[in-house]
Write a protein that binds this ligand. Structure first.
Ligand code: SF4
Length: 241
């Protein structure tokens, strides 16, 4: 049984859209949003997956048998007429449920779908999962997230991802001063800079445009990639888009 986020219409949060961030930005994908997180970023845009002081846990989580999760994803992909070949497993923190993810991911990989997993980089993936994942989108948090350092930086997990050529690090930058901290993290784990993306912290298109303008320049200077946030630009971060 997997715990998924529940949409306001009562359905599990599985939807077709385009990847809005990261190295595969713009790729048509089916998204699956898992509930629960082990961090508490103060700017988190999916607090309904974990913040039980603000949200009703019973209302926000829907348990779904793992076989049904695979079926629902396949139906979405098949409904696209072959246009969608990528599945993005996101959250919350998906690796909190990694044991339960193995079976549905094996089904999806078995029919040739390409699987991306988004993670905050605090949990070492199980070996059974590693072989099924085409791309890891790893987003360790900086001090601007207001998580305790020992919770947001887990050396064993970041070393694991740094050693995988299919892992991309995506760091959220709120102000120019964050870039020194990003550099230190990247250098500490010897993460190749061409697999690192800096992305502006922004919840609305105005802040996104303002922060993107200087962050693009800083990425270019430092040898990083820049990541936009299409879901903020196009839909203001609305759920299920
Ligand atoms: S790790 Fe992701 S889901 Fe968890 S609190 Fe931070 S931004 Fe939100």
């Amino acid at each position: 049984m997997l715990k998924l986020s529940r949409l306001p219409n009562g359905e599990p949060e599985i939807f077709a859209s385009i990847q809005g961030e990261g190295v595969t930005c713009g790729v048509p994908s089916v998204f699956v949003r898992l509930a629960l997180c082990n961090l508490a970023c103060h700017w988190c845009d999916t607090r309904y997956t974990w913040d039980w002081a603000q949200y009703d846990r019973i209302a926000e989580i829907i348990p779904v048998p793992s076989g049904e999760v695979a079926e629902r994803i396949l139906k979405r992909a098949e409904g696209s007429g072959g246009r969608i070949r990528t599945v993005v497993i996101t959250g919350g923190e998906p690796l909190l449920q990694q044991r339960e993810l193995v079976a549905p991911m094996a089904v999806l990989a078995g029919v040739g779908l390409r699987l991306e997993v988004e993670t905050n980089g605090t949990i070492v993936p199980a070996s059974e999962l590693g072989g099924l994942v085409a791309q890891w989108n790893v987003s360790p948090k900086l001090a601007n997230s207001q998580n305790q350092p020992s919770r947001r930086t887990v050396p064993s997990a970041l070393a694991w991802f740094a050693s995988r050529s299919n892992a991309y690090m995506k760091l959220v930058i709120a102000e120019p001063g964050d870039i020194d901290e990003a550099n230190a993290l990247v250098d500490r784990f010897a993460f190749p800079r061409d697999r690192v993306l800096l992305m502006p912290e922004a919840a609305d298109p105005t802040a996104l445009a303002q922060r993107s303008s200087w962050l693009v320049e800083r990425c270019s200077e430092a040898g990083y990639r820049f990541s936009p946030r299409l879901q903020v630009l196009l839909w203001g971060g609305a759920r299920g888009r």
